[in-house]
Design a protein around this ligand. Sequence first.
Ligand SMILES: C[S@@+](CC[C@H](N)C(=O)[O-])C[C@H]1O[C@@H](n2cnc3c(N)ncnc32)[C@H](O)[C@@H]1O
Length: 219
Amino acid sequence: MLTKVTTADKTETFLNESVGETYHSQTGAVEEALKKYAIPCKIAEKALSGHIRLLDVCSGLGYNSAMAIDIALQSNPKCVIEVIGLEYDPEIITKIQEVNPPIPFFNHYKKLTPETTELNEGNVTVRFIIGDARETIKELSENHFDAVFFDPFSPKTAPDMWGTEFFKEIYRVMKESGIMATYSCARIARDNMSKAGLFYDDGPIVGRRGPGTIATKWV
Ligand SMILES: C[S@@+](CC[C@H](N)C(=O)[O-])C[C@H]1O[C@@H](n2cnc3c(N)ncnc32)[C@H](O)[C@@H]1O
């Protein structure tokens, strides 16, 4: 069962009662999208190149990628932006209709449903692939993405998502200059990133929690 909750920045998310976790940080759902994902992945800077490809792993409601699209377009309105979202739960996609975060591009995400998984808006395309991300990521091309937002449930709840095999797939699909960001600083997650060949560092501290993690193919 999914119950709507309001986070500390007054933006909404859902609590998944069977998992026992919310879809975003309770310290601020929209704040997290900006400060834990768009800023550390240097979306504004990368948009100046004129083309961004973004992989939103465990895309859920899509806050993280919708925020990144706004940041990229503010930086360069002509930027061509391609987003792939990986999400296995059609129910959370239906919940996009029930929230109104202050993310202008999110209004376009309202076109997404479990049946309509693609949208084209000007120079932006978004495609959600519905299925287990551990399998669907294998469909994606290597050396493709400038940024990867990695937002599964926690390592404690969903350890398989944080394993070496999955991080090897992220390594494969990321460009040499790509940046991955995640909210967690768990030891096991960082160790598995290293085993997959990624180099990690602290991401920003947002709210009262510990730092997130950013990871790249090069130091
Ligand atoms: C912490 S929430 C992410 C919230 C999301 N980034 C957003 O902005 O709404 C974790 C998401 O991972 C999805 N998920 C969990 N396991 C998955 C898997 N194996 N493959 C794809 N999605 C998965 C859940 O359905 C949930 O939407």
